[in-house]
Design a protein around this ligand. Sequence first.
Ligand code: WTA
Length: 645
Amino acid sequence: MTGKIDHTSHDEAPVFPSAEFAAQSSLNAEQYRAMYEQSIQDPETFWGNIAQELHWHAPWSRVLDWQEPHAQWFVGAQTNVAYNALDRQVDSGLGEKRAIVWEGEDGEIRTYTYSDLLEQVKRAANALLTLGVVKGDRVTLYLPMIPEAAIAMLACARIGAVHSVVFGGFSVSALADRIQNAGSKVLVTADASYRKGALVPLKGNADAAAQKAPILEKMLVVCRANCDAPMQPGRDVYWHDALERASSEHEAAALDSEHPLFVLYTSGSTGKPKGVVHSTGGYMVGAYLSTKTVFDLKAGDLFWCTADVGWVTGHSYAVYGPLLTGASVLMYEGAPNHPDWGRFWDMVQRHKVSVLYTAPTAIRSFMRAGDEFPNRYDLSSLRLLGSVGEPINPEAWRWYWRVIGGERCPVVDTWWQTETGSIMLTTLPGAFPAKPGTAGLPMFGVDAAIVTRDGHDVEDGQGGLLVIRKPWPSMLRTVYGDDERYVKTYWGEITGVYFAGDGARKDADGYITVMGRVDDVLNVSGHRLGTMEIESALVGHASVSEAAVVGRPDELKGECVVAFVLVQDGHTVDVDELRRHVSREIGALARPDAIYVADALPKTRSGKIMRRFLRQVAAGQEISGDTSTLEDPSVLERLAATVAQ
Ligand code: WTA
């Protein structure tokens, strides 16, 4: 752990929900307090009651079994997430309601009712079974934001296969690593995807990844663009052929509550990305309750979570959460600036989106593009806005509230992580005033605290480490194939509590402001990247002997990637080639903004790189802190001069 938790606070005036919004919202402050109190004092009763709102094929014998740090929720119960998201809705009369409204970047629109979606998911489930996928098998999905992504996820859930969605922006190597690590024999991909008017060749990447991932046996290929990708006989099957041949009858498997629902790879401070494993029952209950309460969903809402299914937000709030609550979801394939920065607002107007959930990076980009884009459109259908993925600066918060929300829509800033499965901190929209830049209060069952490195509570207003002291239903269960890493990473840093890397502070009202990572994880445009991953990509290039990567504050992306490299004897460094190399190894999202060639790195006498100083150098700041432990403090001056050039 490194320290950068001493941010100064700046108090923002609270923004109250309108009387109109508060009157129609499902929870007021008093109700929240009573529910929160019960969820902490008597979690078994609280979660047992919430879970009863969903369908269980067999009941639990106990709500929680906690053998720190391993939790089992709804012990012995059986259920199925896809059944709850689809069959249950159709059975309760929502068959003709819109489940997914999808818009391609090229303007194509498709609408699936709950009945349509159920039929597709049943066919896809049968198609997977035909390919030999059985309960417990991992299936990797490398797909664009098209309805088939949600259908494939739900089809896996239906048969008890464990999906592992890999973001379409990841490179061949990153995809191959994830396929191999999860042991997936089947990959679902698409021929291509539209992005900024061009075609992204997903199938080409998948073919190249298959060369590096010998475990892979079958590929199911959705035809999104031209259907002209080369197909390998015996291995590749078109999605539409497989679904057409498959029966539309399928009964959802009754799965143990603790059966894994999905693996999602995410970056940490050390080693390769880890496969975060989520459960069936607990995740379902967490995604369901948070969607319902945070987004205050009503029957007529059209909910648009702009996150890609490649990230956890796309899992919990573009697919599972909203479908579990019977909502209508808008899904969009492409870039926010295609054909121009008005694309989102045009879509809000045309589809009459009522709840919009997006990321601070996007908001800052819209802000920079100018008010004229949103001002061209009628955004009066919006009634609630959300933010996720990184700290939102008060200026961006206020712009979002004023220009997009017309000072009418509450803005919920939601803090959570891949590991937490669902929203952990927020300001419930109708119940409390929001403080711009501050996530807010803990969600139900979340026993959050701000502590020192040795686990003692810090005083209100002081910076510290954000920890969770009790298990919650949607928490990760383990790291795929490496339970020891789970125990050590999440429950071993600070004794007896969950800690996953953020610094925060709490004010006198109990509102928590999350200030950012205190470990070696970068948050670039809301995407998590480990410095180690980028460093190992860099040293994998023949011209680099050593590399150190840090984040530099960036107005648009929150943070950008800065690398310092030492040149391998006998080579010269081509900075552009190195940047391309990182893109090839991980994906364009990890490409360093700057690469500096150095003659040495700031190391302690024991050889540890002091990233703290490198961060200061990268940001062009004065060096502060004790440099006496450095083997050669003069390194910093030379690096600073290089950066300043
Ligand atoms: C950061 C995304 C401040 C945080 C759901 C966390 C936030 C990491 C917020 C998880 C927020 C997410 N305010 N920081 N509202 N939301 N973060 O796993 O550093 O992709 O640890 O999950 O994003 O990123 P992940």
